[in-house]
Design a protein around this ligand. Sequence first.
Ligand code: NAG
Ligand code: NAG
Ligand code: NAG
Length: 502
Amino acid sequence: MEERARVLLHRTHGTRFHRTQPLEVAVHIMSPWFLLALVALVPLSQSTNPGVKVKLTQRGLEYGRQIGMASLQSKLKSIKVPDLSGTEKVAPIGKVKYSLTGMQIVNLGLPKSAVGLVPGTGISLSVGNAFISLHGNWRVKYLRFIKDSGTFDLAVSGLTISAGISLKSDETGHPAVSCASCAATVGSANIKFHGGASWLYNLFSSFIDKALRSALQKQICPLVSDAISEMNPHLKTLNVLAKVDQYAEIEYSMVTSPTISKASIDFSLKGEFYNIGKHQEPPFSAAPFSLPAQSTNMLYIGVSSFTTNSAGFVYNNAGALSLYITDDMIPASSPIRLNTRTFGAFIPQIAKRFPGLMMKLLVKTSNAPNITFEPNNVTLQATGTVTAYAILPNSTLEPLFILDMDASVSAHVYVTGVKLAGAVALNRIDMTLGTSYVGPFQVKSLDNILLMVLKVAVIPKVNARLQQGYPLPAIGKMNLINTQLLVLKDYMLIGTDVHFTE
Ligand SMILES: *[C@@H]1O[C@H](CO)[C@@H](O)[C@H](O)[C@H]1NC(C)=O
Ligand SMILES: *[C@@H]1O[C@H](CO)[C@@H](O)[C@H](O)[C@H]1NC(C)=O
Ligand SMILES: *[C@@H]1O[C@H](CO)[C@@H](O)[C@H](O)[C@H]1NC(C)=O
């Protein structure tokens, strides 16, 4: 596909830059070649469909604003106001040498702020009515020899900041923000001199006010930009490679930069299980899917059947989908035991050739299981084998027969912590004879025994593993609250609010 897209692009360029016949240009732009090239171009820039999608709604953004404002507030408190000094002619006393020193911020408030989404561009941040209170020292010298000094309190109000934040995927597939634009204005400043004469106010309003406000103003945007950049270490905690267990890890890197619409920011994550350290692609790929427009929760996470099927592929490849069943795994209360006496009742050859021996069963998948999502229904289809062995007195396993198995289980899926977990129940199982080492027999006669073995020994083991869960994409110490999970066609939709603990 990529190769073809390049070839087509090349041809289109060839036509577009035709010099001698300018009339042909328009004709060729409309030609099927050009349209085909445009269609073929799409997979060039977006070659991987995401397996997992995450939608951050206005409510999520609002929660982000609250966290962000706390950090911006502490950042702005670090404003260092430079000392101001000079000589000016002040009515009614003439030339005054002045200095304002040791200015410290005693209070800073950002009472009004808002974040919004700018479709296709980024996030807008606006802060209004902010205020800063400062305390400092003043000193003047006038009429050649008179010196005076004291302290002052300065109240700066009507501070506004408007910033544009751009959001993209960095080279490691983590989200990254940067300050794309920033403007800050300082409304008015009110000073109160402790000590000193009333003409100090003239000095302030004529000469100092503007310089001081501009000194403050100059420092705001760099600090806003710093505060925005300081979010990146947190965003870098996105588990782009989440360890699952000894067999598997999940890749949650972003496959494209996020898309920003009026109502949400949409992240496309790879959402693919891999064998640890061995990233082999499965023989199927992710199909495009889209999350419904929802806004009740802060966050929506869509997990596609591609993601769960990639898990099946990985565990099957790792040989993890196999289990030896021994008699000690059958409850003591069961009259049915895993021995040649039980099986000998249905297959006389077994009782005859291997009297009085314990048996062992090996249940394993032969292909990756197929997991399908239909509305309110998760079904897992698995094909595999059941091999029955007699355990000889010297512990050697003597194979008796191999059954081919085709099983269907229903899964209940739920969120626990920041993990997806589940439990399965057997729907049906079909078994046919693969190979017999003990002569022909009716597989049907073993149905009840094998069904019991699956129910008491296999399903509980599977469920014990599923109950431990699989990590969802997460940032930092993220907790999920008010979480619901819906099973829809081809994906699961998790709606949730988030809460960060430090
Ligand atoms: C999985 O099952 C679905 C529905 O039964 C089917 O359409 C699909 O082809 C199957 N996929 C594989 C890999 O067998
Ligand atoms: C779920 O889907 C499977 C396969 O499509 C079907 O056999 C089963 O009856 C369905 N279960 C429910 C509860 O609808
Ligand atoms: C175990 O016993 C069987 C049958 O008596 C014999 O065929 C086999 O070679 C023995 N295996 C070992 C490892 O001793």
